[in-house]
Ligand binder design. Structure first.
Ligand SMILES: [Zn+2]
Length: 382
């Protein structure tokens, strides 16, 4: 009798613990994309003051606990992300974000047991300066993303009262020098893809430096996330570009695939349909309209650059495979405040393509295609 009871107790305990483990979600990565252009930049580049992007293993269950008005007039939103635990890297990143001081906001995170086992996230801000909302999205990995936007409230108000034209487009650079952001993927210990004697971080740097030179020759200013073999975190890349107020950003990468047969060129940009609106902010309409404009611009830029790069990559009988312009929610594309695209110039895992990519004159051709695509994009009337 006792034996049966013990067995029954044991199996219930095991079942409960399995249910408990399977219900746990893990925060695997978190980045705070800050930086903001000065007031001369187009509205769509200044609409967010910062973005906090969290990457979870499973779809996060978010519970808005409360809004508190503090004595100093600041507001604090408290969210519980249920049954969430942090990986070591995410924990460290959250600690750093919590320790940072910002002019109009703060972010704090801690694990709590009450009222439920959860990750508690507090976003405090000056309500005169900031509104907060959040979206979820499927990340390019299997992770689930949660994006908190800290929006520029005075600007949203201006847009709502039409004091400022909503469609102030990034490429309307008439009378001013265009400023182009170039992001050479990876760097230092983050080598990227390595195959067929090629290292992605070296290839992206070569093409990026060549592109910068070409753009300068056309009279444009350039800002690079790195111009040598150094490590730059993703949020540092986006924050730099946002601060610099570049008109557009091109991020250069090279691909790899499990199959050596796969090759070709593909270009990515973000799209509003990738985002699922979870909580709306004040002036939501103006915010979404700005974001839609930014994404539309990015798509246009992606098509111009992709078309020219494909054209320039043709060599004699060789025609690269067109893997098309695709939508993706990568960090660099979501973290940047300006139209941003990410181009994968070819597969290092494909022997034939790797051989071409190793050739400096082919690298030049790729850069030329990017340059022509940017020139084309900038000269198109709205
Ligand atoms: Zn890469």
């Amino acid at each position: 009798m006792n034996n049966i009871r013990i067995k029954l107790f044991m199996s219930i305990a095991v079942l409960v613990s399995i249910a408990h483990i399977s219900a746990m979600n893990r925060l695997q990565k978190v980045e705070l994309h800050g930086g903001q252009a000065d007031a001369t930049a187009p509205a769509l580049q200044q609409i967010e003051r910062a973005k906090l992007i969290c990457y979870f293993k499973d779809k996060p269950s978010i519970h808005h606990l409360q809004t508190v008005r503090k004595v100093d007039g600041w507001e604090q939103q408290t969210y519980l992300i249920m049954h969430a635990e942090c990986d070591a890297g995410a924990q460290k990143a959250l600690e750093q974000i919590t320790a940072q001081k910002h002019e109009h906001f703060y972010i704090a995170a801690e694990k709590v047991q009450q009222p439920a086992l959860a990750l508690k996230l507090e976003i405090g801000y000056d309500p005169e300066q900031i509104t907060v909302n959040h979206d979820t999205f499927d990340a390019i990995t299997t992770q689930k993303g949660l994006l908190f936007r800290l929006n520029n409230r005075p600007l949203l108000q201006q847009l709502a009262t039409q004091e400022r034209p909503l469609l102030q487009l990034a490429h309307c650079t008439v009378g001013k020098q265009a400023k182009i952001g170039i992001d050479c993927g990876h760097g230092a210990h983050d080598v990227g893809a390595v195959c067929n004697g090629l290292v992605e971080k070296e290839l992206t740097l070569q093409i990026g430096l060549t592109l910068a030179q070409m753009l300068k020759e056309k009279g444009m200013a350039t800002v690079m996330t790195r111009s040598d073999d150094c490590a730059v975190a993703l949020h540092e890349r986006t924050t730099l570009m946002n601060k610099q107020g570049v008109d557009l950003l091109i991020s250069i990468h090279a691909n790899s695939a499990p199959s050596t047969q796969v090759y070709g060129i593909e270009t990515f940009c973000a799209h509003p349909r990738l985002l699922q609106v979870q909580a709306q902010a004040e002036h939501e309409e103006q915010l979404r309209s700005c974001l839609a404009q930014r994404f539309k611009q990015a798509e246009l830029l992606a098509h111009h650059v992709h078309r020219h790069v494909l054209h320039c990559a043709k060599q004699g009988a060789y025609t690269p495979i067109d893997r098309h312009v695709r939508h993706a929610s990568s960090q660099i594309l979501l973290g940047c405040n300006m139209p941003a695209i990410l181009i994968e110039v070819g597969f290092l895992t494909n022997e034939t393509e790797a051989k071409r990519l190793a050739d400096s004159s082919f690298q030049r051709q790729l850069a030329r295609g990017m340059c022509q695509g940017i020139v084309d994009f900038l000269s198109i009337p709205a």
